[in-house]
Design a protein. Sequence first.
Length: 225
Amino acid sequence: MKKKQISIDGPAGSGKSTIAKLLAEKLNFVYIDTGAMYRAVTLLAIKNSISMDNIAELSALAEKAKIDFANEKGKPQLIFCDGENITEEIRSSEVNEKVSTISAIKEVREKLIHNQRRIAENKNVVMDGRDIGTVVLPDATIKIFLTASLEERSKRRAEEMKSKGVQFDFHNLKEEIARRDKMDSERTLSPLKPAQDAIIIDSTELTIKEVTEKILQLYYANGGE
């Protein structure tokens, strides 16, 4: 029987990761944070002092890296790379600055997309990212494109950082998110955009619970079980 797939795409701070985790928990699906996979490769490149334009070495990193996710009900998802917990490290400002560059490299994307599809072939998944519905899972059971205003997304990211005790400047944070939006939307390879058959949800005025319930209703209405 074909496995069920829910794809959730959207810009930084749109709430896609939070929503995807909740959906996976409610449906007993596996949650795959594809953005964390690109961040993991970015972190490895930084740690190994590999230049962001050294495509051969970056591609080799993406191929060799063993990226795993640990999901425990009621607890934040943990991300491991080669056995090391990198959950916090991949959210650093240095990774934030460079992950869009890594994400735009064709050879890196090919390696990670192969892994993402392999996981989705064997398990019911909720996968979030920027090109899941358009590239990674084009035949997903349901495709969601989740967005929100830049101001709202910046506030959400600020609250997340504040809760973790991370120092930040709101103006710089907002500029960084706007820059990431521009880079992701304008890149030649797999740009950030809704799939033609995606359902667009603006979460600016909606709570996490409201968005989650809305997607669940759409999933069941589109053949989900």
